[in-house]
Design a protein around this ligand. Structure first.
Ligand SMILES: [Zn+2]
Length: 317
């Protein structure tokens, strides 16, 4: 298996969101990547500039972070050509690694724009090096800039950040510091293409939690009525947990539930609802064990919400 560390730069509509092409909010203008061997040494590099066709001016924000002019980009190659070469260069058995969660989604969205779907197999598992860095060296949930991690690990800085190939090189250097078991146990899954049917749905077990990714449903209500979505099972033993607090939403897109396993204690269920590329709603449910204090916090949140709602009802009548 090859590790392919990938970094993309993209441009967006220079005239603002209202005038963007909604099928392609971010147009890829540069691909940088390095190929690593099993010891995570760089064995090959890939770099292409892409000639933009959708947005013919560079957005001011893009201009602030990258050092490329439209004149440079006009010397680049059309996206379909460059990406075909890139995927051939990756080889069949690639494990993608990126800094953060965006690159593979935008790569697939650009492929879809050019009717080039299907070139990347799904479900797409990848190593999010930004997340892995946090797990290995910091609090699990922090998300640092690449330059921050490079400085933290005292990695040699011999090139500019926000240059696609150099960022891929830096990401690869950070990856080399991360223990293999941390990488193997914490693969991410990209949500651009969500499961098509029930049989494609994903259940991924991590060290301390399980993630369940559903197929798309027509409405939010339809997702939340689904039996498997509503089920709450103990992370440890898989037995059905008695729901002390049934699924409730905190006004946003998140739902919570508190369960109890006789043997393993409190079980936390969290559901995030998201919209997929086809406009359908899918759920990402995470299940984990939690302390009595954490459980108490959720119970309290639920109580406060209920109170506020009932007060509003009375005020309205
Ligand atoms: Zn249990």
């Amino acid at each position: 298996m090859n590790y392919i560390v990938l970094d993309l730069e993209w441009n967006q509509c220079p005239f603002g969101k209202t005038r963007e092409d909604r099928r392609l909010p971010f147009e890829i203008i540069e691909i940088g990547a390095v190929k690593l061997n099993e010891k995570k040494e760089i064995v090959d590099t890939f770099h292409e500039l892409i000639k933009p066709v959708v947005y013919r001016q560079i957005h001011f924000r893009t201009r602030e972070i990258i050092n490329l002019s439209m004149k440079d980009l006009d010397r680049g190659r059309p996206f379909p050509e460059a990406v075909t070469d890139f995927l051939a260069w990756c080889g069949g058995n690639a494990c993608f690694c990126t800094w953060g969660t965006l690159d593979l989604t935008e790569l697939q969205r650009n492929l879809t724009y050019y009717n080039m779907d299907g070139l990347i197999a799904t479900p797409l598992f990848y190593a999010d090096v930004q997340k892995l860095f946090a797990i290995a060296f910091e609090e699990r949930r922090t998300r640092r800039a690449l330059q921050w991690a490079v400085e933290y690990l005292k990695i040699a800085e011999d090139g500019d950040f926000h240059e696609a190939l150099m960022d891929a090189v830096y990401t690869a250097r950070v990856l080399k510091f991360i223990p293999q078991e941390v990488i193997s146990r914490n693969y991410s899954v990209d949500y651009y293409r969500t499961p098509k049917g029930r049989e494609d749905e994903l259940k991924i077990r991590y060290d301390t939690y399980e993630k369940y990714i559903t197929r798309g449903f027509p409405t939010k209500e339809a997702v939340m009525e689904d039996k498997e979505v509503r089920a709450l099972r103990c992370f440890e033993c898989g037995r059905s947990a008695r729901q002390r607090v049934k699924w409730f939403s905190d006004y946003g897109k998140n739902y919570f539930s508190v369960g109890w396993c006789e043997e393993h204690g409190f079980v936390k269920g969290k559901i995030r609802l998201r919209r997929n590329e086809d406009g359908k709603i899918f759920a990402v449910k995470t299940t984990r064990l939690m302390t009595p204090e954490e459980a108490e916090e959720i119970v309290e949140k639920h109580r406060a919400l209920k109170e506020r709602r009932s007060r509003r009802r009375h005020a309205g009548s």
